[in-house]
Design a protein around this ligand. Structure first.
Ligand code: PEP
Ligand code: MG
Length: 576
C-alpha cells in the first residue's frame, strides 16, 4: 500500500528517486568533489574554521561580563562545545576523507544526519539541541565562507541525478543551481503552475509538482518516491510493481519524445496549408543551443532577469557579453531580448530592491526600468552593442500605456545616439516591441500598435490580471483558464490590431507550448508562437495536423455563444 500525496503537476513528466529535503539557504552552500591531493588542505580548512568560530564565541562570552544573563552565556558555551564535538567535527572530517567532498557540503550532510537522529527522539529537549546544532553549524559555515577553498578550479559540481528535492518553495535562482546539479525531480509545498520556477522546470524538462502541502512533514529524507506530473501525485512507500510500471512509462515517454523529433524538419504548414512560425523561449545559457537544435525560427523571448539572479548584478560589459554569446549561438536567427522584468517572484539578490505590498502590481517590468534608468541604460547599451553581431530586437515588458512606450523609445534612441557618438557601432534599425500582458495594454492595443514594431502576448500575466488570480498561488490555480471568453477577446483584439498595421504578433506565454492550446490560438489567427524549446516538437506536430479553417470556425462559434466550452475543446481536440 503506497502513500500518495497530491498537488499540481507543473510538468507532465515522471521521476523516480530518493527524497532530499532542502533546508533554507542550503543551495548557497557550495558542493563539489575534491582531488585526492586536496583532502588534507580541506581538513585543515574546516578545523581552522571551527577554531575561529570557537574563538569568536569565546570573545563574545568574555565581553558579556560576569553578571550578564546566565542563560545566554550557557547557550553560547553550549554552541562552543558543539563546534568541537566529535559527532559533528570528527564525523564531518570522516566524510571529507571518505567521500572526498568539500567541507561545507560535508558539514551540511553531517548536520542532516544528526537532525534525523534528533527527529526520531521527538521531545522538547531534543528540539532545543537541534537548534543548538544548527547554530554551531551556521557559525562554522560563516567562517568557511570567509576563507573559501583556493583550489576552485578542481571542483566538480555535485550531482543530484537520482534525487527528488522537496522544498517549501523554489526561486528561479535555485532552479538554475538544481539544474546544474542534474536534479531528477522537484516537489514544493507552495507555488502555482505558472510561477517562474514551474516555467523553468518545463523548459528544463525537470518533472515538478507544486502545491503538495505538508510534503516536508510527511516525506522522509532518503526514502524512495515516484513523482507523476500528469496526475500531480507523489507516491511514497511504493512496491516494486508500481516502480516497474512507472519505469516502463518513463521509457515510453522517452521513445515518444525522440519520435516527435522527426517533425522538426517538416515544413511549418497546417493541414490546410496555412503557414506558421515557431520560436523558442530561452533563459539559461544552454537554452539558446536547444532552440537551434529544435529548428526554431529564432528566440521569441529571452527573459533577461536570469542574468540578475546571482549575488552580484552584471554590469554593462557582462550583459553585452551574454547577449553577444546568445546572438552568436543563434547564428543569424533573430534574438528577442526582453528588458528586465523583475518583480513578483523574480527579485534578485544582487539588486537592493524592496518587495512592495503587492509585487505583481508594483514597481516591476518597464515601470522599474523607467524609474531606475541607470539599470535600464546599462541594459539598453549592452543590447545595442550586441545588435551588430546579429539580428536583435528589444521587447518591453509590462506596458500599460502609450506614455511609457514613448518614454522608453525616447531613451533607447538617446542611448543609441550616445553609443554612436562614442564611436561604438549599433544597428540603427533595432526593432522595439512590447509585451501585451496587462488588460490595459490589450484594451489600448489599437493605439499602442502605432508605437510598437511588433507585439508579444504574454498570456501568463494576461490571464493572471484579467481573471484576477495570482499565478504564484496554488489555491487559485484551478481558475487559470486560457479559454475564458475575456482572455480570448483580448487575444483576438491584439491579433487584429497587429494584422491591420502589419506588425508581427507572437504569443510567448505558456499556452504557446501546450500542444492542445495552440489550436485555440490558431483559431484566433495567431501564426507565431514562442515556447520552451522542449515543447516545440509536440506543438509542431499538433499544428501540422490541424485544420486552421476549422479551428477558426470553432472559435467563432464559441465566441458567438453558439457552442459551449466542451464542444469547442472536443472540436479542437483540445483539453486544458
Ligand atoms: C507572460 O507573462 O506570459 C510571459 C511570457 O512573461 P513571464 O512569464 O516572464 O511573466
Ligand atoms: Mg509576463
Amino acid at each position: 500500500m503506497s502513500l500518495v500525496l497530491t498537488g499540481i503537476g507543473a510538468t507532465s513528466g515522471i521521476a523516480v528517486g530518493r527524497v532530499h529535503r532542502l533546508t533554507a539557504g542550503e543551495l548557497a552552500v557550495p558542493e563539489y568533489h575534491l582531488d585526492a591531493d586536496a583532502v588534507d588542505a580541506e581538513l585543515e580548512r574546516v578545523n581552522r574554521a571551527a577554531d575561529r568560530g570557537q574563538a569568536f564565541l569565546g570573545d563574545l562570552i568574555e565581553r558579556m561580563g560576569e553578571d550578564s544573563g546566565g542563560t545566554a552565556r550557557e547557550l553560547l558555551e553550549a554552541h562552543r562545545l558543539i563546534m568541537r564535538d566529535p559527532l559533528l567535527l570528527d564525523a564531518t572530517c570522516d566524510r571529507i576523507r571518505s567521500e572526498r567532498i568539500n567541507a561545507e557540503w560535508a558539514l551540511v550532510q553531517q548536520r542532516e544526519q544528526l537532525m534525523a537522529q534528533f527527529r526520531r527522539l521527538d521531545n522538547e529537549y531534543m528540539a532545543l539541541r537541534r537548534e543548538d546544532v544548527e547554530q554551531a553549524v551556521s557559525l562554522i559555515q560563516r567562517e568557511l565562507a570567509e576563507q573559501p577553498a583556493t583550489r576552485v578550479g578542481a571542483q566538480v559540481p555535485h550531482r543530484l541525478d537520482r534525487t527528488i528535492v522537496v522544498a517549501l518553495e523554489l526561486g528561479p535562482a535555485d532552479m538554475a543551481i538544481l539544474q546544474q546539479r542534474r536534479v531528477a525531480g522537484l516537489v514544493t509545498e507552495h507555488g502555482g503552475p505558472m510561477s517562474h520556477s514551474a516555467i523553468l522546470a518545463r523548459s528544463l524538462e525537470i518533472p515538478m509538482l507544486v502545491g503538495i502541502h505538508h510534503a516536508l512533514d510527511i516525506l522522509e529524507e532518503g526514502e524512495s518516491v515516484i513523482l507523476d506530473g500528469h496526475y500531480g501525485a507523489v507516491m511514497a512507500a511504493h512496491d516494486e510493481s508500481l516502480l516497474r510500471h512507472y519505469q516502463d512509462k518513463q521509457e515510453l515517454t522517452r521513445r515518444r519524445r525522440s519520435d516527435l523529433k522527426r517533425y522538426l524538419s517538416r515544413p511549418s504548414r497546417t493541414a490546410d496549408g496555412e503557414a506558421f512560425e515557431l520560436f523558442g523561449n530561452a533563459e539559461l545559457p544552454d537554452e539558446f543551443q536547444r532552440c537551434r537544435d529544435a529548428n526554431a525560427v529564432g528566440v521569441g523571448l529571452m527573459r533577461t532577469e536570469y542574468l540578475f539572479m546571482d549575488d552580484t548584478a552584471p554590469d554593462e560589459e557582462q550583459q553585452h557579453r551574454a547577449y553577444r554569446a546568445a546572438v552568436k549561438v543563434l547564428a543569424g536567427k533573430p534574438l528577442t531580448i526582453r528588458t528586465l522584468d523583475l518583480g513578483g517572484d523574480k527579485l534578485p539578490r544582487g539588486l537592493a530592491l524592496t518587495r512592495g505590498p503587492n509585487p505583481a502590481l508594483g514597481l516591476r517590468g518597464l515601470r522599474l526600468s523607467l524609474s531606475v534608468t541607470k539599470l535600464f541604460r546599462q541594459q539598453i547599451r549592452a543590447i545595442l552593442k550586441a545588435s551588430v553581431a546579429g539580428p536583435v530586437q528589444i521587447l518591453l515588458p509590462m506596458i500599460t500605456g502609450l506614455a511609457e512606450v514613448r518614454q522608453a523609445r525616447g531613451l533607447i534612441e538617446r542611448w543609441g545616439q550616445e553609443l554612436r557618438d562614442e564611436g561604438v557601432p549599433v544597428d540603427p534599425d533595432t526593432a522595439v516591441g512590447g509585451m501585451i500582458e496587462t488588460p490595459a495594454a490589450a484594451l489600448a492595443v489599437d493605439r499602442l500598435v502605432e508605437e510598437l514594431d511588433f507585439m508579444s502576448i504574454g498570456t501568463n500575466d494576461l490571464i493572471q490580471y484579467v481573471l484576477a488570480i495570482d499565478r504564484e498561488d496554488e489555491l487559485v490555480s484551478y481558475l487559470y483558464e486560457p479559454t475564458h471568453i475575456a482572455v480570448l477577446e483580448l487575444i483576438d483584439r491584439t491579433v487584429r490590431a497587429g494584422h491591420s498595421r502589419n506588425r508581427p504578433v507572437t504569443v510567448c506565454g505558456e499556452v504557446a507550448g501546450d500542444e492542445k492550446a495552440v489550436r485555440l490560438l490558431l483559431g484566433l489567427g495567431v501564426r507565431r508562437l514562442s515556447m520552451p524549446p522542449a515543447c516545440l516538437p509536440a506543438v509542431k506536430k499538433s499544428l501540422i495536423e490541424a485544420n486552421a479553417g476549422r479551428c477558426r470556425e470553432l472559435v467563432r462559434r464559441y465566441r458567438a455563444n453558439e457552442i459551449g466550452q466542451r464542444e469547442l475543446l472536443s472540436g479542437l481536440d483540445a483539453r486544458f
